[in-house]
Design a protein. Structure first.
Length: 324
């Protein structure tokens, strides 16, 4: 049965819709009421002993990789005194923060990210239920050593697989191709599959100079060239299908590789891996022959986060390749 008492959980707030209210004329905007609400939320106290700490109060699009990394350092120190942690976050970049934390955190204790699709004075707001569910998961003994998890709409997802699949539904967070690893029932937290693949990139810093380029039909190399001109250290290309690009992109791609810019190719398709299968010009096999890294089943935003972490730790491309 689920452990309901005596666990000590740290709740860290970072902002997002879960910390916003609708104001006439202004729209949905940040407010300062979430910490007070959490401190007096009686149902939380029935689940675990709670401390609340504000890391930031920013809209999700304002979150940066540098802020995500600072959050990881703050959490690694703070969680020593707790059995687990819950982080409230905006939904737009939640999957990127979750994945960065999953890569760089050193703790084995449960770390849960949650959010809300509806603001604090909206009808049927989902924030309080998601927070209670997240604390339940953080306090559950089966959540130890599962990495960073995302709890939304009574479902538990891994940081690596989850993404925001809809702009407004309360069940907008999904793990395409894999599904949730668990759920919250009325009496317990239930895990119904194991996490078979996890990795860590324990790095003292990140290198945010990584661009993400999405490929479309007939695209040329102008965006790769723009990234080169800006002095980036890495480029992630969300390619077509199993990792294929138009031949008109090849000259700029080769120029990037010649300048020792790390290039990772993933697919713009929701599920499936990129593979060195097609040997025509611009096909995955052709790209791999140039030294492009094929990024498996990761999607573009998370491949970008991963490359930032790897570039913060390694100087040579061979070490980076091993992680993809």
């Amino acid at each position: 049965m689920e452990t309901k008492r005596n666990k000590k959980i740290l709740v860290i707030t970072t902002g997002g819709t879960i910390a916003m209210r609708y104001e006439k004329d202004a729209g949905v905007v940040p407010c300062d009421e979430l910490i007070e609400f959490l401190s007096s939320f009686s149902q939380l106290k029935e689940v675990a002993d709670i401390d609340v700490s504000e890391f930031s109060n920013v809209p999700s699009p304002h979150m940066t990789p540098e802020m995500m990394f600072e959050l990881s350092k703050f959490l690694d120190k703070a969680i020593v005194k707790y059995d687990g942690a819950v982080i409230t976050h905006g939904t737009d970049t939640l999957e990127e923060t979750a994945f960065l934390l999953d890569l760089v955190l050193t703790t084995r204790k449960p770390v849960i990210l949650t959010a809300a699709m509806r603001s604090g004075n909206d009808i049927g707001l989902d924030g309080p239920r998601n927070i209670i569910g997240s604390v339940r998961v953080a306090a559950h003994p089966s959540s130890i050593d599962k990495g960073v998890l995302v709890v939304m709409n009574d479902e538990i997802h891994t940081a690596r697989d989850v993404l925001k699949a809809d702009t407004g539904r309360v069940n907008s967070f999904e793990s395409p191709g894999y599904g949730a690893i668990g759920l919250l029932d009325t009496d317990d937290v239930v895990y119904h599959r194991q996490i078979l693949y996890r990795e860590n990139v324990w790095t003292p810093k990140i290198n945010p100079e990584v661009d993400l380029i999405k490929v479309t039909a007939g695209m040329d190399g102008r965006y790769i060239q723009a990234s080169i001109d800006c002095g980036v250290k890495g480029i992630v290309i969300e390619a077509l299908g199993k990792g294929n690009i138009p031949p008109s992109m090849i000259p700029a791609l080769l120029d990037a590789l010649k300048r020792n810019i790390v290039v990772v190719v993933v697919s713009r398709v929701n599920t499936g891996r990129v593979l060195p299968e097609y040997g025509y010009i611009g096909g995955g096999k052709d790209l791999a022959s140039y030294g492009v890294i094929l990024g498996g089943d990761l999607k573009g935003p998370k491949a970008r986060i991963k490359l930032m972490c790897l570039l913060g730790k390694y100087d040579d491309i061979e070490s980076i390749k091993k992680f993809f």
